[in-house]
Design a protein around this ligand. Structure first.
Ligand code: ZN
Ligand code: ZN
Length: 278
């Protein structure tokens, strides 16, 4: 199934914390975390923030039933609030598996989605799409092979309420999706370095800059400069700066892009609509 060798990653949402549409964010985008990863004919989706809505609209235009796997980094609201607005969940014949590795044993994913889609928070219960959706809880650290040729490894991140990092390996290439995670200044996260070692691409929680970080040490987020340090230590090919703070407008993102290019040439700042090949 996943045999063509094409490995493409499209960013449908690049923001953290809360969507922030408007003229100050129009170039980089205001939607929260959502990635579409195509491995040959196989579709993987990472996170279900507000970017998931536009991805769903694009899938709804395809002919025939749609199938896919949605892997959640965690269930903070900015990463799941697109779920009720994902049109393909409502179409009979579609099949989706939604995966989370940070909830057991206290919670299940089905419970958590149900708690979000409940009166008076939301008018329709999740049973409306239960024919189309399977919830799959796993223990972070597990490895999956969703189809022949695609391997997904998982590892725990440093985040309140926990989060899962993903490493997707396909056609001899590897891409890592590392959000949300915090670091300790001056201390290297050796487990994370080992997890992303040698990857061709690392998408990294770059909510803050090193200059801002002292005000946000305990927030469970990191900086683009720490992303550079990890990429260097781990021999990562390309770094993609991701999970932008909603207060960072396009001009600020341009400055970060220029500084990052100077510090580590080839580093990219993720923006909505961008497609990367690992
Ligand atoms: Zn987040
Ligand atoms: Zn979070």
């Amino acid at each position: 199934m996943a045999d063509s060798g094409d490995f493409n990653i499209r960013f449908w949402g690049v923001r953290g914390s809360i969507a922030c549409p408007g003229e100050a964010t129009v170039r980089y985008g205001g939607n929260t975390a959502c990635l579409e990863v195509l491995c040959g004919g196989r579709r993987l989706i990472f996170d279900a923030g507000t970017g998931l809505r536009a991805l769903g609209d694009s899938l709804a235009r395809e002919d025939g039933p749609v199938e896919g796997d949605i892997f959640l980094s965690h269930t903070h609201f900015d990463h799941i609030c697109g779920i009720p607005f994902f049109k393909p969940f409502y179409v009979r014949g579609n099949r989706f598996r939604v995966w989370a590795g940070h909830l057991l044993p206290e919670f299940t994913l089905k419970q958590v989605v149900g708690d979000m889609m409940v009166a008076p928070l939301f008018p329709v219960p999740p049973e409306i799409f239960e024919q189309q959706v399977d919830y799959r809880d796993f223990n972070c650290g597990q490895t999956f092979e969703p189809c022949t040729g695609v391997v997904i490894r998982t590892a725990p991140l440093n985040h309140p309420d926990r989060a899962t990092g993903y490493r997707v390996e396909y056609a001899g290439r590897a891409a890592c999706y590392i959000t949300d995670t915090g670091h300790i200044e001056g201390q290297r996260d050796e487990a994370l370095v080992a997890f992303v070692a040698g990857a061709d691409l690392m998408i990294y929680d770059s909510t803050y800059t090193d200059e801002e970080f002292p005000c946000y040490r305990d927030y469970g987020h990191s900086t683009w400069q720490e992303g550079v340090r990890i990429a260097e230590a781990a021999g990562v090919g390309r770094l993609a700066i991701f999970h932008h703070d909603p207060s960072h407008d396009d001009d600020m993102m341009d400055r970060i892009a220029a500084e990052a290019e100077a510090l580590r040439p080839g580093t990219v700042v993720a923006r909505e609509g961008m497609v990367l090949q690992p």
